[in-house]
Design a protein around this ligand. Structure first.
Ligand code: ADP
Length: 368
């Protein structure tokens, strides 16, 4: 069987209309990176993620159109995000949004909650910390910058799309006393999204710049996990007052912490300190502490690296349940034993911010 030519694929795709934008998807320059391998066709469709689940039917129409071309054995169309400021603005992004100077009028301080790797409880800390800071009377925003796996919508129990203002800026949701924005409010969790490096950057900058945050004392940013290019750029472009690094106690996690601290050091962002999450489990009957991941690892690493140790958070079923149900423990049971570590962390951080501790330079870290 003959291998289909790129021209045939493009011809088939030009029959697909993007009704929202009023034109065929090839003419609108939405089709990118057509790859044909022995009858297997792959391409991406550049879209505005704010359009949400309606994109899925467009993606499917593309696959169906290409499948009809002679010689095609399989078709895979993936949605990639471009960062156009609004769905109906047709202009191609000529330069990434990140090129614009970051200016969030009204936002006094931005702090990053980061981790060397995923699954350590970074988002759980970011959400509960933001709410606890709000309970101290501060005006708080929470930006979910973890665009690979935005979990803030689930943790905050928010499923609605954000509204837009008359000048096409996004209006953050307000719940539990704080404002929040997440790419997850715009994109269906099941919509396949592939983010290319520059897009990550511009999507993040858009979420900072094109959101009506209003007056905020602190914007808490739930960073993407790890220390790759996206994180580095974020640390470089955003005027961060400081960062908090979340880790579990194991050695392996702590090696990632060192890398995380080095990243902030490279970008001259002060490190407020390390929080040890899942530090121990308290047996319900005896109250005995079990150090599932070893004892005191994060504290030792903090000492070794010369950064403050910001405290430990035990493993509690109630913490996980709260996050799964969209009811963070700090909001639903602020006086509980489970909420106490977050309240202490908020108090500590508020003191550091007030004392201008953010001017302290990051420690020197050398990575072998
Ligand atoms: P990350 O943002 O680092 O990927 P998450 O905050 O999503 O991690 O947490 C991963 C999982 O662990 C979630 O199910 C969360 O509810 C749970 N979790 C986080 N911290 C705790 C804790 N202290 N006790 C119990 N479960 C926790």
């Amino acid at each position: 069987m003959s291998t289909p030519a790129k021209a045939d694929i493009l011809k088939a795709l030009s029959s697909v209309e993007d009704k929202a934008r009023g034109g065929n998807i090839v003419a609108l320059e939405m089709v990118q990176g057509i790859t044909i391998r022995e009858g297997h066709v792959l391409f991406s469709l550049e879209v505005d993620p704010a359009r949400g689940p309606s994109l899925e039917s467009l993606r499917k129409s593309c696959e169906e159109a290409v499948y009809k071309v002679a010689g095609v054995l399989s078709v895979t169309a993936v949605l990639t995000a471009h960062s156009g400021p609004a769905p109906d603005e047709r202009k191609k992004p000529s330069k990434p949004a990140s090129a614009a100077p970051l200016n969030i009028p009204g936002v006094k301080k931005i702090i990053a909650v980061a981790s060397g790797k995923g699954g350590v409880g970074k988002s759980t800390v970011a959400v509960n910390l933001a709410i606890a800071l709000g309970q101290r009377g501060l005006k708080i925003g929470l930006l979910d910058a973890d665009i690979y796996g935005p979990s803030v919508p689930r943790m905050m129990g928010i499923a609605d799309k954000p509204k837009t203002s008359s000048d096409k800026k996004l209006i953050p949701h307000e719940k539990y006393g704080i404002k929040t924005m997440s790419i997850g409010y715009m994109v269906d969790e099941d919509t396949a999204m592939i983010w290319r490096g520059p897009m990550v950057q511009s999507a993040l900058m858009q979420m900072m710049n094109d959101v009506v945050w209003g007056e905020l004392d602190v914007l808490v940013v739930d960073m993407p996990p790890g220390t790759g290019d996206a994180q580095l750029t974020m640390a470089q472009k955003v005027p961060l007052a400081g960062s908090i690094i979340v880790s579990t106690p194991q050695e392996i996690a702590l090696a990632d912490v060192r890398r995380g601290i080095a990243m902030f050091e490279k970008t001259h962002v002060p490190v407020f300190g390390i929080v040890e999450n899942m530090a121990y489990f308290i047996s319900p009957g005896s109250g005995e502490k079990t150090f599932i991941f070893g004892e005191g690892g994060a504290r030792r690493t903090a000492d070794t690296l010369g950064v403050p140790f910001l405290g430990e958070i035990p493993i509690h079923t109630a913490i996980r349940e709260g996050m799964d149900e969209g009811k963070p423990i700090v909001a639903t049971a602020p006086e509980s034993e489970e909420a106490a570590p977050y309240a202490r962390l908020a108090e500590d951080l508020a003191t550091r911010l007030a004392a201008g501790d953010s001017t302290r330079p990051a420690p020197k870290v050398i990575i072998e």
